[in-house]
Design a protein around this ligand. Structure first.
Ligand SMILES: O=C(O)CCC(=O)C(=O)O
Ligand SMILES: [Fe+2]
Length: 354
């Protein structure tokens, strides 16, 4: 459980360094820090975020996660996300594919919709276990509001740097309009032993939405650079969130902002003996928003798309369709064959390693 002492992240595994961005300085409009954020987002698309002052909210969410996942399996199953392509609710361990062969995943999720949290006690999309309901106002809402504020600040910076009219990206990700934005609690059981070390607990993917605000304690998250064949760990640093750009924002920006492929494997070394907990807030575009490069709104984006095949950033789908297709076809209960995995893909570059 979070809070207990765990072995340190080993020093003999390959890691990928990320820039550490100071949220306080971003919020204050510090140009040098904004430049570093821009560099991180346009080169690889991942960065650490310090001074985000969400630690208390994150800690409370981890405690809630421990309660939720210790509920009887039958009870959790009553809140299953289902096969229709809806993400919100419970996803059981083994419910998703991690590759084209249909190998199963090894993590359980509880996904809580931003719309349900903000409208509470009204439920927009679905209901949740009483444990979640009881914590909605005191735990889930403060975490969601903090995450929305942080991601919104980053969107404002990107909007400006992309040469978009002021407020453009924020308007595509509003609090009030329905979206796939959600908080996700993740648990992976202990997976000791070399045999399991490379088996993904979450398969290679790029995130579906615009911005992810991730908190983890043990290692296991890995990234792979386009054209490379070696997966490298992202080392967790206490009180530092890991932030990344998702496909939707990469599409809006005509590929200027990078959405990187990542996966999760069992924690490295002695950490594999422990349960792995993580928590993400995903900011995703308003459901009705078409996913395409914003070429009409920014000469910078119009110029950037010229280097790619013409249709690359024209998904011909709304954010809701894009999101639900990807959720639906990664579920093993919807699997027909390797084509189902293909149907769950977004803007992923082809990872050279499995
Ligand atoms: O658990 C992690 O460290 C990453 C989770 C992740 O990539 C996701 O849920 O999209
Ligand atoms: Fe992810």
């Amino acid at each position: 459980m979070p809070g207990i002492t765990v072995p340190p992240f080993p020093s003999d595994v390959p890691t990928h360094p990320l820039l550490v961005i100071d949220y306080e300085r971003i919020k204050a409009g510090d140009q040098a820090e904004i430049e570093r954020l821009w560099e991180a987002a346009t080169t690889f698309g991942f960065w650490y975020l310090k001074n985000h002052v969400a630690e208390q909210e994150v800690e409370a969410m981890f405690k809630l996660g421990a309660e939720v996942f210790s509920l009887p399996f039958e009870e959790k199953l009553q809140y299953e996300q289902g096969d229709s392509g809806r993400s919100f609710g419970y996803k059981k361990m083994g419910g998703n594919a991690v590759d084209a062969s249909g190998l199963s995943d090894a993590s359980e999720f509880m996904n809580i919709a931003k719309d349900d949290v903000l409208a509470f006690p009204q439920m927009i999309h679905r209901d949740y276990p009483p444990t979640v309901i009881a914590a909605m106002t005191s735990v889930v809402k403060p975490f969601v509001c903090k995450s929305l504020e942080i991601n919104n600040t980053v969107l404002r910076v990107f909007s400006h740097r992309l040469g978009l009219p002021e407020g453009s990206l924020e308007a595509l990700h509003t609090r009030d309009q329905q979206s796939g934005s959600e908080a996700r609690l993740i648990r992976v059981p202990p997976m000791p032993g070399k045999a399991l070390a490379d088996r993904p607990t979450i398969g290679a993917h790029s995130d579906f939405g615009s911005l992810s605000f991730l908190h983890n304690i043990l290692g296991g998250l890995q990234v792979i650079l386009p054209g490379e064949t070696e997966w490298k760990y992202v080392k967790p640093i206490p009180a530092h969130a890991i932030c990344n750009v998702g496909d939707a924002l990469s599409v809006f920006s005509g590929g200027i902002l990078k959405s990187a492929v990542h996966r999760v494997v069992p924690p490295p070394g002695a950490q594999a003996e422990h349960e792995r907990w993580s928590l993400v807030f995903f900011t995703r575009p308003n459901n009705s928003q078409e996913l395409h490069a914003l070429v009409k709104d920014s000469p910078i984006i119009a110029e950037a798309v010229k280097q790619y095949p013409e249709e690359k950033f024209n998904t011909r789908s709304t954010a809701a369709e894009w999101f639900s297709r990807r959720i639906k076809y990664q579920r093993l209960s919807n699997r027909v064959g390797p084509e189902s995995w293909a149907a769950s893909r977004g803007m992923e570059h082809d990872p050279g390693a499995k």
